[in-house]
Design a protein around this ligand. Structure first.
Ligand SMILES: O=C(O)C1=C[C@@H](OP(=O)(O)O)[C@@H](O)[C@H](O)C1
Ligand SMILES: C=C(OP(=O)(O)O)C(=O)O
Length: 447
């Protein structure tokens, strides 16, 4: 395990960019593998989670090469329904998105495949996709409690789905849409609470017959997909990941008021992903969106975070699906704010790469921040400036805990150590370089 120390700094400033969006990168590879012909991806996130998806698709018959000298990836698809049984197990590594999306994809292919993952992924619930996928006719042999390893015996003659999501999860929604893609006829997924809509946008871009409407009676999102289309190749362009940009942006906010800002160029600002910006805005943060434009069918902008006073919030729980991955770094912002913040509606954080409520409560408490853990949230007593710091944080194979703790260290009075920096490669290779380029001080020496 490689520990890393974040030393206190006065603030960060400068201009940077972050790697491609993880959600969009997974989907670009998967949908490309289902087209007939050659697709390309520019800006693909070449991090462990996405590379696991690429490896799994290769094992199922797609050809994927990259990056070329221009950073572009090429995928030769096998067409919807064209995947074949892999020779060995598909290792999804640390990736919940990969595991759930492949369970959907494979459910309606006449293949047999076993999905495995690391210790963190092997603890995460898969029943949330296995149960709603059962009506396709697929068979699943799962580990205890519906956990990995899971062997999928895909249905050769799948039946259409009509499902109302019981968990607000883009992974579950996307698994069902991928299953519906190779199912004859019309499938319907009803989403009571909107979640990131990259799958819907990208399926439409590849020529699938998909419609998204609001149920006139309930207002719920109704997604209809006609199965077994011939998908056309796409030249995808992936925006910067707002979930990665969150770290330099919050670090930028935590500098001395009046200091220079941190700018992150070309960040995806899909409205279903920008809950962090809304929560920080409610805390009094100044984050400007400059030069709004679009990339690959998604809105993007340069985001500029100015250091200044932050005040506590009582977060609106309805924001949860729009900022779910950004909660750990939002808790760091709250730890430095003036007053006591209250976050609820975040029970989903307990089933991410780690129990993120428990892991962040431990990380903050060890570093002198007052916290109370709720069933579905946290109460954080802001230090109104620099928390004490000085402790080691257990990262539990969780990239977002690792990066949040390093940002915390920069804003504390004494250094913060993480026990293992390796998990950062899950989603944000180059994190250390991006942050040090803005003035962060990390080292692997002694405290
Ligand atoms: O669909 C996706 O790409 C993702 C959806 C979210 O998970 P849930 O759908 O389980 O909330 C998020 O936490 C994850 O990092 C990526
Ligand atoms: C929860 C996350 O990812 P996944 O579910 O794909 O492991 C994340 O990236 O914060």
């Amino acid at each position: 395990m490689s520990h890393l120390i974040a030393r206190p700094v006065d603030g960060l400033s400068g201009r940077t960019h972050v790697p491609g969006d993880k959600s969009i990168s997974h989907r670009a590879l998967i949908l490309s593998a289902l087209t007939v012909g050659r697709s390309t991806v520019e800006g693909l996130l070449a991090a462990e989670d996405v590379l696991a998806t690429a490896a799994a698709l290769r094992a199922l018959g797609a050809r994927i090469e990259g990056p070329d000298a221009h950073g572009r990836w090429q995928i030769d698809g096998v067409g919807v329904g064209g995947l074949t049984s892999p020779a060995g197990a598909l290792d999804m590594g640390n990736s919940g998105t990969g595991a759930r999306l492949f369970l959907g994809l494979l459910a309606t292919h006449a293949v047999r495949a076993t999905l495995i993952g690391d210790a963190s992924l092997s603890r995460r619930p898969m029943g949330r996709v296995l149960d709603p996928l059962a009506p396709t006719g697929a068979r699943f042999e799962a580990g205890e409690g519906g956990r990995l390893p899971v062997t999928v015996v895909g249905s050769a003659d799948p039946l259409p789905l009509e499902t109302r999501l019981s968990v607000p999860s883009a992974q579950v929604k996307s698994a069902l849409l991928l299953a519906a893609l190779n199912t004859p006829g019309r499938s319907r997924v009803i989403e009571p609470v909107p979640t990131r809509d990259h799958s819907e946008r990208m399926l439409a871009a590849a020529g699938a017959e998909i419609s998204v409407t609001a149920d006139p009676a309930t207002g719920e999102r109704v997604i209809d997909l006609i199965g077994q289309p011939e998908l056309t190749p796409v030249d995808w362009a992936v925006p910067g990941d707002i979930s990665s940009a969150a770290f330099p942006l919050v670090a930028g906010l935590l500098g001395a008021p009046g200091g220079a800002p941190v700018t992150v160029n070309g960040v995806g600002v899909n409205p279903l992903r920008t809950g962090l910006l809304d929560a920080l805005d409610a805390m009094g943060a100044r984050i400007e969106r400059v030069d709004p434009r679009s990339r690959g069918g998604e809105p993007i902008a340069d985001l500029v975070a100015y250091p200044g006073r932050l005040d506590a919030i009582e977060m609106d729980p309805a924001l949860a699906p729009r900022l779910i991955d950004e909660c750990p770094i939002l808790f760091v912002a709250a730890a430095c704010a003036h007053g006591t913040s209250r976050f609820t509606g975040l029970g989903e954080l307990r089933v991410k790469e780690s129990d993120r409520l428990g892991a962040m409560a431990d990380a903050l408490a060890a570093n002198g921040v007052g916290v109370e853990v709720l069933d579905d949230g946290l109460v954080v007593e802001g230090a109104g400036g620099r928390p004490p710091g000085g402790a080691t944080v257990a990262t539990h194979l969780d990239h977002r805990i690792a990066m949040s703790a390093l940002v915390l260290g920069g804003a504390c009075a004494a250094p913060v150590v993480i026990d293992d920096a390796a998990a950062i490669a899950t989603s944000f290779p180059g994190f250390v370089e991006v942050m040090t380029g803005l003035g962060a001080h990390f080292d692997a020496g002694r405290r």
